[in-house]
Design a protein around this ligand. Structure first.
Ligand code: NAP
Length: 332
């Protein structure tokens, strides 16, 4: 572990928009596997796509996203627009040669609100179902990459990592943790220059409704068993409710274990990454500020800095708090 205290992360230069959405390139699906642990009510797939020979080859980074353009036309007869998906592979790709990227895709399955005739009906998300229906060998139009801030720092050992995810928000962390701990496959080009697992502290807090919805769970548990510096914290919201219909959520989990997380939150080495639902950011900002541990991660406007953080409204948090360079957000 590097002894130097590095407050500001030095991020790599990320390639952006090498392929524009209005001129996508053809890639090929390599594999598509369910990534829930067992019989989940939701359908989430880990989909690997070969971008070899396209401008994306070797030019994407864990934490970036790429575009998928589904075939067919929308309700107005126009070609479907691009949808962005988080890259779930490490920067060296699934293959260690930067040719195969991956994503974590959840089928959007919903019910339409009843129309004038009182009928509801099934709504299927266009791109998520298109992507999840693809089989190995199928062609898919892709663009990207996009995103230049939600990235691992250049000097991995100079920082500790707190990753917080809800649901498919785990996608970028699957790639980052792969890169930090698992490393490139044996025999790959990237393996030749790999210096071994990162020895920094790494915590992953992962929130899902049911334990059957946990993603990459077996792989994460295995990594935890082999890397004492890695702690995996699954947080299940709907199985044992303290109050009907209420959490616990990822940020409640951290708030409830502030003693355990405080040393990391106090340390200048720590980088915090959040990906998933925006409510997690709101809740976590409140609880780390209430514990007096927000200093390195948040810049709080004077208008609310003297207030009790538990009294901050969601609006105030959105408008009056800015994340520092040590706090990376991808929340919706
Ligand atoms: P999911 O499986 O439904 O799990 C969501 C979990 O978050 C549940 O445990 C849920 O608890 C909890 N939750 C609900 N409201 C919360 C709040 N206010 N604060 C904290 N936790 C809360 O998740 P999903 O369907 O995959 O959705 C994940 C979200 O991440 C989607 O909105 C997706 O667009 C986004 N995402 C973003 C990116 C990106 O930015 N790059 C990448 C991937 C996914 P309850 O049981 O109480 O509902």
């Amino acid at each position: 572990m590097s002894a130097s205290v590095t407050a500001e992360p030095h991020l790599p230069e990320a390639s952006m928009h090498l392929v524009m959405p209005n001129d996508p390139v053809t890639a090929t699906v390599v594999s598509s596997e369910r990534c829930t642990r067992s019989r989940s009510a939701s359908f989430v797939r880990h989909i690997a796509i070969d971008v070899g020979g396209t401008p994306l080859e070797g030019r994407f980074l864990a934490g970036q996203s790429f575009g998928v353009v589904p075939t067919g036309t929308d309700a107005h007869g126009k070609p479907h627009k691009v949808r962005l998906y988080s890259i779930a592979s490490p920067s060296y790709g699934e293959d260690g040669h930067g040719r195969v990227l991956s994503t974590t895709c959840k089928r959007l399955i919903d019910e339409r609100t009843p129309g004038a005739d009182g009928r509801s009906g099934l709504f299927l998300g266009v791109c998520s179902n298109y992507l999840c229906d693809l089989a190995p060998g199928d062609r898919v139009m892709v663009s990207g990459p996009a995103g230049k801030r939600f990235l691992l720092p250049v000097d991995r050992d100079a920082h500790d990592y707190l990753f917080l995810a809800t649901g498919t928000g785990i996608a970028p962390f699957r790639g980052m943790i792969h890169e930090l701990l698992a490393g490139p496959p044996e025999g790959s080009r990237a393996r030749e220059s790999w210096t071994g697992p990162c020895r920094s502290r790494i915590h992953l807090v992962m929130g899902t409704p049911y334990s059957t919805d946990l993603l990459y769970d077996g792989w994460l548990r295995e990594l935890q068993a082999h890397h004492p510096n890695f702690t995996y914290h699954p947080v299940i919201s709907r199985e044992a409710l303290p109050k009907p219909g209420w959490g616990p959520h990822a940020h409640h989990y951290v708030a409830g274990r502030m003693d355990e997380f405080a040393p990391m939150l106090r340390s200048d080495r720590t980088l915090m990454y959040m990906c998933g639902l925006a409510g997690m950011q709101i809740g976590l900002f409140r609880s780390i500020a209430a514990a007096g541990l927000a200093g390195g991660f948040l810049s709080i406007h004077e208008e609310i800095s003297a207030m009790d953080p538990s009294q901050w409204t969601d609006e105030q948090i959105k408008r009056r708090i800015r994340p520092t360079h040590r706090c990376m957000l991808e929340v919706y």
